[in-house]
Structure formats: C-alpha cells, structure tokens
Design a protein around this ligand. Sequence first.
Ligand SMILES: [Zn+2]
Ligand SMILES: [Zn+2]
Ligand SMILES: [Zn+2]
Length: 319
Amino acid sequence: MNTLLTNAISAVRLGVEDYQSPDRARLTSAVRNITAGVLLLFKEKLRRLSPPSSDEVLLKERLRPTLSSTGQLTFIGAGRKTVDVQQIKDRFEALGVSVDWKRFDQLVRFRNDLEHYYTTAAPAAVQGALADTFAVLRSFVTVELEAEPLDLLGVATWHFLLEQSTVFEAQLAACRADLDKIDWPDAVYADIASELRCVHCHSELVKPVETDVEYLQSLEFLCTSCGEVSEFDDVVGEAISEAFAGEAYIAMTDGGDPPIVDCHDCGQHAFHVETGACLLCRGTLQHTECAFCGESLGPDDQDNGGLCGYHKWQVEKDA
Ligand SMILES: [Zn+2]
Ligand SMILES: [Zn+2]
Ligand SMILES: [Zn+2]
C-alpha cells in the first residue's frame, strides 16, 4: 500500500483510539489525528490523479512548467511543500472530485477552534467531529478512492465511527427539532440557526430552554452535551459571525459592502445591512437616506440627524 494511504489510515485509527481512551486529555489529539487522516486521504486522491513522472504534481504547492523533447508543455511538481486545504479544494473543484465540504469545513473549524480557544475538548463535541468524519469518508472513500471504507479502515474503526455518528445524529435531530420551534422574526435566521453552538464546549447539541418568550433576546440555550446554559447574545452572536464569514471575506477581498456592521443601538457587530435590522437587538434605522443628497444611510450615520457624513460636516461648517 502507498505510504500516504497507510499514514491516512493510521491517523484515523489513532484518532479513534484517542477518543476511546479514558484520558480526556487525548480528546484534542483525537480531533487532530482524525482531521490529519482525512486530509491525507484527500492527498492520496491527488497523488492518484497526478500523471506518472510528473513528480506527483497535484500534491505539490508549486508547479513548474517544462517542455518535453517534442516541445510539449507539461507541469511537474516543484519543491517539498505539499498542498494546503484551500489548494486541495481548488484542485478538487477543477478536477470534479466531490467532497462533503460543509461537513469537512466544520471538522477543520472545530480543530482550529480547539487549538485556539479551548484547553480541553468536550466528549460530545468530539463525537460530533467523528460524525463529520464519518459523513465525509463514507462517500469520499467509496466514490473517489473506489474502496469500501470497511476494508480500508478496518471493521473495528469503521463500525465505531458509524455507531458514534448514529448516536450523535439522533441527538442532533432532537435538538434541531426543538430549535425549529423558535419563531424567528426573519428568514435570515435560518442560516444562523444551523450555526448555533454551545459557547462553553462548542457542541452543536444545543436547544432552547423555552421557545415561548416575549422577546427574542430572552431566549436561552441549553447544551445537552455539557449541561451549561448560554445567553442569546453569546450564542447567536457567534453564529452570526460563522453564518456570514464567507460573505464578509468576499466583501473584504473583492470589495463591496460587508453583510454585517456594528449596530448603533446595542453596539454589537450584528447589524444586517440587507434587511436593515440588528440580528441581536432587532434595532432598525431611524434615518435611511440623507435629506440633502439622498445617499443611503447606515448605522454609522444615525447620529447625524438624517444627513450623510459629508452634509453633516457642511451644515456644521456653515453654522
Ligand atoms: Zn456545552
Ligand atoms: Zn443591535
Ligand atoms: Zn448627503
């Protein structure tokens, strides 16, 4: 068997062993190993797609053009550095390789968050990561690596992943059913609702303590994994950042208006420009356009008494 494939399999197996260990300190290492294993399986696909004698071109970060003796242009791999996650995505997309990116991104984000914000991982949150791994591998190994996950990873590992995934998905479905009972004031909350996580342990297994509340902001969320209750602003605030991260990134790199700006009422980064309302406090704009030039006004201009920044300056200068 190829080294990449062997390493991929042992990383996933090691991750599962870490998870099964009674030593909770190994939970973080479980997530790290499993994510590494999945990435190695992706690289194995790129290796298989690289033409022979191309120096495993698709695996390398840098490509070098060369001319053959007949004048034909080809690319070969250059340097030692291999592709990063974004490059794997780009290459898979170009080559029509399909991956459940939503579940994979969730896995990578969990690993990154663990490394940055959490000292220990909660077992149920890691179980969620195993469920993501299961979902990604089930189709990728079968379709793209043309192997049976059971054969590739071994009965014990694969069955364990399946079992954990089943338990987790059932719990998640129960939580989601409760979340669905929330009477959200706008359709934009649908995306946010799917990003809700416990602020204490980062588990997806959160549900509203009570759905029949007078004000949206009095909603509280109970984590069925660690048992802690989180406040609306904390849980939904984080979910807003995640739900709009993609759009915010595009606005930042390609130009254009950011989807979310600071709210003039509550001061939180939660004002949704498109719907003209704060997603946390539901504050709206008092002044929507400048009385002089008609330019549309945002949360930043609300203190200008119905004028844009320029006309406010003009009025004050002339006063
Ligand atoms: Zn929790
Ligand atoms: Zn607000
Ligand atoms: Zn104006």
